[in-house]
Design a protein around this ligand. Structure first.
Ligand SMILES: [Zn+2]
Length: 115
């Protein structure tokens, strides 16, 4: 049997930031919950995908207002901010921003996200 063109294996998703098509393993899935954006492969609802390894994609997605479009609902700036922290809040950075973040998050429950 001759070799066929290598077909992409498994599902392919498009990053809403850079529009690259990649395997879901290389992306994170953002889902619109009632009043927040959450990160979860298996969370219920419409998802938007972002490159896991590129903070620039998040910035791009914000600039293009890709989240409201992909998630099919209005997305408040505050939600985007919180999401940005969930995605890319490295331990080194949180000291300075921690107070402000807590103030901004008042009301929102602090969640620990793994993976
Ligand atoms: Zn991307």
């Amino acid at each position: 049997m001759p070799d066929r063109e290598p077909a992409p294996r498994g599902p392919i998703r498009t990053c809403v930031g850079c529009r690259r098509r990649r395997s879901p393993d290389e992306l994170v899935r953002i889902v619109a919950a009632a009043t927040t954006l959450v990160i979860g492969r298996n969370a219920a609802g419409r998802g938007a995908w972002l490159c896991r390894d590129d903070p620039g994609c998040f910035a791009l997605a914000v600039r293009r207002r890709a989240f409201p479009r992909a998630l099919r609902r209005p997305v408040a700036d505050a939600e985007v901010e919180v999401l940005g922290r969930l995605l890319f809040a490295p331990a080194e950075q949180d000291v300075r921003d921690y107070g402000a973040a807590c103030a901004a998050d008042a009301g929102a429950r602090h969640q620990t996200m793994k993976g």
